[in-house]
Structures are given as C-alpha cells and as structure tokens.
Design a protein around this ligand. Structure first.
Ligand code: ZN
Ligand code: ZN
Length: 124
C-alpha cells in the first residue's frame, strides 16, 4: 500500500476519526450503541473478491464510521472535532448530504409536518 506523496490532510482526518471513535460510543443519528469491533460481514464477499482465504469483505452496515455533522459538500470541516460524530455505517449512508439536525428530524419525525416514509436502510 504505497502512498505516492505525503498527505497531511489524510493524517489530520485519521487523527479526528481516532478521537471520535475513542470518545463517543453511541450513534449520533439513531442514538443506539455502536459496536466498534465490527468490521466486515463474515463469509460475505464482493463481486471482485478472489482471495481464497478472505473471511469476508462486505463492510458490516452496523460498524462504526465517523461522519460530519455538516457535510463537506455544504461547507463542514472533516477535520474539526466538533463537526465529526460517531455513526453506524448504515446511518451514515442514510444521512447522505443532510446535516445531522436535518437527518435526525427526518428520522425521528419531529419537524412538525408529515414526512414521506424514510427509505429503508440497506447494505452497501
Ligand atoms: Zn445508527
Ligand atoms: Zn472476500
């Protein structure tokens, strides 16, 4: 795994991710505990997997990920500790480009107006 050039921002991001995973234990979106030991689904493989000794290479949808409260695409910093929160992978995917407040309002239905049914969480 050679990195062609030193990536300072990648390093900063890794430091924030490490801190969030160390400091938080519940999902910022669904409020349920996140099992930080989860990695890949055992025995489930991607289409291009050809390793005979692979134990599984589909990311567990419940594994821990760190996402931005305000998404990068909307000006949030992926390097600011206060903008980064622990989430389940599937919650992170569901959140998409919403802010955490928007996603929570949509998930918990407390916007004061009727909402379309949230699309079901699915495995990526
Ligand atoms: Zn969650
Ligand atoms: Zn595999």
């Amino acid at each position: 795994m050679a990195t062609p050039k030193h990536n300072a921002n990648g390093h900063r991001r890794r430091e924030v991710v490490k801190r969030v995973k160390a400091e938080e234990s519940d999902c910022a979106l669904c409020d349920k505990p996140v099992d930080k030991s989860l990695t890949y689904l055992a025995g489930q493989h991607g289409k291009r997997c050809s390793k005979p000794d692979c134990q599984g290479c589909i990311p567990d949808p419940r594994r821990a990920e760190v996402d931005e409260d305000i998404p990068r695409s909307r000006g949030g910093s992926p390097y600011a500790r206060k903008n980064c929160r622990l989430m389940h992978r599937e919650c992170n995917r569901w959140k998409g480009t919403m802010t955490l407040a928007e996603a929570r309002a949509k998930l918990h239905g407390d916007t004061g107006q009727p909402l379309p049914k949230p699309r079901p969480l699915r495995v990526y």
